[in-house]
Design a protein around this ligand. Structure first.
Ligand code: GTP
Ligand code: MG
Length: 195
């Protein structure tokens, strides 16, 4: 994918009305710190268009990045961030659910999980919930550069079994450091958008 243009177009907080975009959207969900914003930067060939942080809880809004004038990459706040109150957690949860449930332009949902760890209860719930909304989530196993190549297949198996992925579900390992997996993710995005 050649990126001619990429810009942050809309930022939605808890009380904002979600935009009614005229172009397809693909969204990136996953727990805090898993690498959603880093993935978006990697896809867009930009170092810091999407703000990232080593501290979880960086993205606290739904951010719509417009690409080449006719597609949106949607950065969602992470779930499972321990340091916020239950009330705020519930509000974010509703905001994410509201978006995933209500967007008319959402073509694909990517669920990011850390390749190093077993999926959490939140990851499992999120996967089931996305499926229940009628999407076929594509799993992205992030931080591929943090494990040895010899560990990759074992970790993929742990993720597949832990999430109880439906047969045929795509799982793509990705590294924001090396950009491994980038082209494959773009191919998947294009296949969903062109349908
Ligand atoms: P929230 O906005 O808090 O939900 O987090 P996020 O999912 O957007 O994560 P973010 O992209 O901010 O990344 C969190 C941290 O992980 C940052 O320090 C990143 O540099 C690091 N990180 C993300 N992806 C990778 C990766 O593929 N490899 C390595 N080594 N570090 C990564
Ligand atoms: Mg983020």
């Amino acid at each position: 994918m050649i990126i001619k243009q990429a810009e942050l177009e809309t930022v939605c907080g808890i009380t904002s009305k979600l935009p009614e975009n005229a172009f397809p959207e693909v969204a990136f969900a996953g727990k805090s710190n898993v690498g959603k914003s880093s993935l978006i930067n990697g896809l867009l060939n930009r170092k810091s268009l999407a703000r990232t942080s080593s501290q979880p809880g960086k993205t606290q809004t739904i951010n719509f990045y417009k690409v080449n004038g006719d597609l949106y990459l949607v950065d969602l706040p992470g779930y499972g961030y321990a340091k916020v109150s239950n009330e705020i957690k519930a509000k974010w949860g509703r905001m994410i659910e509201n978006y995933l449930h209500g967007s008319k332009q959402l073509k694909a949902v990517f669920l990011l999980v850390d390749i190093r760890h077993e999926p959490s209860a939140n990851d499992k719930d999120m996967y089931q919930w996305i499926v229940a909304q009628g999407y076929e989530p594509v799993i992205i196993a992030t931080k591929l550069d943090k494990i040895k190549r010899s560990q990759v297949q074992k970790q993929i198996k742990i993720l597949k079994e832990g999430l109880k992925l439906l047969p045929g579900t795509q799982l793509i390992p990705f590294s924001a450091e090396t950009k491994q997996g980038r082209d494959e993710i773009w191919d998947v995005i294009c296949s969903f958008v062109e349908e």
